[in-house]
Every structure is written in structure tokens, then in C-alpha cells.
Write a protein that binds this ligand. Structure first.
Ligand SMILES: CC(C)(COP(=O)(O)OP(=O)(O)OC[C@H]1O[C@@H](n2cnc3c(N)ncnc32)[C@H](O)[C@@H]1OP(=O)(O)O)[C@@H](O)C(=O)NCCC(=O)NCCS
Length: 166
């Protein structure tokens, strides 16, 4: 019997990150290829930026989830501005390492983010990404997000908004 790569891989495990996961989060971001990094942050970024970002990302109003495969973090999702108060909106952002893209991890993380947002009484979730980012657009569409398009001098952006009633 041939052993395929899929057969020896664990099922992806998604869990909320805490302080001891900071280095794993930084390592995950550093493994992103230049194009995925540009898609994630909307602009080209260097290693110095990533180090600072990984150190400061876990703020009191931010939840970060990691997706682990065989013990390595291969994808992450961030939910920002999880503040108290009615009608609040939170921003979500996703990163999946190249080899692991288009295998459903982004969709699984989005489901987790939506559940986390709903559990915290958030009414509106939004995501901002470059208009060329078809994969992110498909993930957002699958969850019924409303898309709007904007341009600045050099780039086109999509804002995807998910609203739900309580
Ligand atoms: C955008 C991004 C988060 C999407 O995550 P992903 O894991 O690649 O996306 P998914 O696999 O869940 O879904 C995207 C497409 O992949 C394909 N796909 C989904 N599940 C799949 C599976 N199990 N097997 C094969 N292909 C699959 C589908 O074509 C899907 O589109 P669909 O929903 O129309 O069917 C990821 O590609 C990424 O990190 N990109 C770089 C950073 C970035 O762009 N971040 C977003 C800006 S915040």
C-alpha cells in the first residue's frame, strides 16, 4: 500500500494563540513567500517589519488563531478590535503558507473567526484585501460577504463585510 503525503499528515488543529506561541507566529509569518506577504499586508514588507508585527500583534483587543499541522503553525487568522459595546465591528486578516493554500485552511479559519466574533457579540466583520486576491475573495464570498471596491493611486482594494443579526 502506498503512503500518500496526505495519509501521514495530522488533521489541521485550530486553536487560539497565547503568549508562548509568539515565536511560532513569527516563524509562520517569516515562512510566507513575498507574494503572500504582500497580499497579507497590502504592501511589500521586510523581516524587520514582520518581527515588530509579531511582537505587537497580540494586543488586548486582538484574538489570534493558529492552524497547526504536525505541530507546525501553517496558517493564522487575526481578529482585531474586539472591543466592548453595541454594533461594534472587528477586522479579520488571514495568512496561509504557500504550500498549504487552496486546501481549505483559510475557509476553516474564517469559520472559526466568525464563531469567535459572534460569541463576543460583534455585529460586523470586515476584511480588506487587494482586488487581485481571488482566493480571499472566494473565501469571503463563501461566507456571504458584501464586497465593495476602492482604488488609491497605485492599488485596488476590496472591503468585504459580513453582517449578521442577533
Ligand atoms: C487568501 C487565503 C487566506 C485563503 O486561504 P486558503 O487556505 O488558500 O483558501 P481555501 O483553500 O480555504 O479556499 C480558497 C479556494 O481554494 C480552493 N479550495 C478550498 N478548499 C479546498 C480543498 N479542500 N482542496 C482543494 N482546494 C480547495 C477553492 O477553489 C477555494 O475557493 P472556493 O471557496 O470558491 O471553492 C490564503 O490563500 C492566503 O493566506 N493568501 C496570502 C495572504 C492573504 O492573501 N491574506 C488575505 C488578506 S487579509
Amino acid at each position: 500500500m502506498s503512503m500518500t503525503m496526505e495519509a501521514i499528515l495530522d488533521k489541521p488543529q485550530i486553536r487560539r494563540l497565547s503568549a508562548p506561541d509568539r515565536q511560532a507566529f513569527r516563524d509562520h509569518l517569516n515562512r510566507l513567500d513575498p507574494d503572500s506577504l504582500r497580499q497579507r499586508f497590502g504592501m511589500p514588507v521586510n523581516n524587520g517589519f514582520i518581527d515588530t508585527y509579531a511582537t505587537t500583534a497580540a494586543r488586548i483587543d486582538t484574538l489570534i488563531f493558529g492552524c497547526f499541522i504536525n505541530g507546525e503553525m501553517r496558517a493564522a487568522a487575526e481578529l482585531r478590535n474586539v472591543a466592548e459595546g453595541p454594533n461594534q465591528s472587528a477586522e479579520a486578516a488571514f495568512s496561509v503558507e504557500k504550500t498549504w493554500q487552496a486546501r481549505g485552511l483559510g475557509t476553516a479559519l474564517m469559520a472559526r473567526i466568525v464563531a469567535a466574533a459572534q460569541n463576543r457579540g460583534i455585529r460586523r466583520l470586515f476584511m480588506i484585501f487587494l482586488s487581485e486576491n481571488d482566493r480571499m475573495r472566494r473565501v469571503a464570498n463563501r461566507f456571504g460577504a458584501k464586497l465593495s471596491f476602492e482604488h488609491d493611486a497605485s492599488r485596488g482594494f476590496v472591503t468585504a463585510v459580513l453582517d449578521w443579526k442577533r
